[in-house]
Design a protein around this ligand. Structure first.
Ligand code: FES
Length: 108
């Protein structure tokens, strides 16, 4: 049976808290993040676009890409990679794991 090291991982949500296919604002420690559920997998990025003042949790999720609501920059939520203009900087990603229906984030 898989176990999780609770010294290193903190439960932050239940999988069912996160809607499939749309970004969701959440906190990991003091960091505001966007959580995404795609095909049952969970991903996490910083919630703020690297271009200007916009929350990615207000953006649109298409497959594994989130589109910023302000200027339509797109990031790959798996890697944080900036995929198009006007973005010039990748967004931070956070390691998350799912076990028994719970989402765990690496402690920071
Ligand atoms: S603020 Fe996100 S693309 Fe400009």
């Amino acid at each position: 049976m898989e176990r999780i090291d609770e010294d290193q991982w903190e439960m932050i949500a239940e999988v069912d808290d996160i809607p499939e296919g749309e970004p969701y604002q959440w906190m990991i420690g003091d960091d505001e993040v966007a959580l995404y559920r795609v095909d049952g997998e969970i991903y996490a990025t910083d919630n703020w676009c690297t271009h200007a003042d916009a929350r990615l949790s207000n953006g649109c999720l298409k497959g594994h890409e989130v589109e910023c609501p302000l200027h339509s920059g797109r990031f790959d939520i798996r890697t944080g990679k900036a995929l198009c203009e006007p973005l010039t900087e990748d967004v931070k990603t956070y390691p998350v794991r799912v076990l028994d229906g719970c989402v765990y984030a690496k402690k920071i």
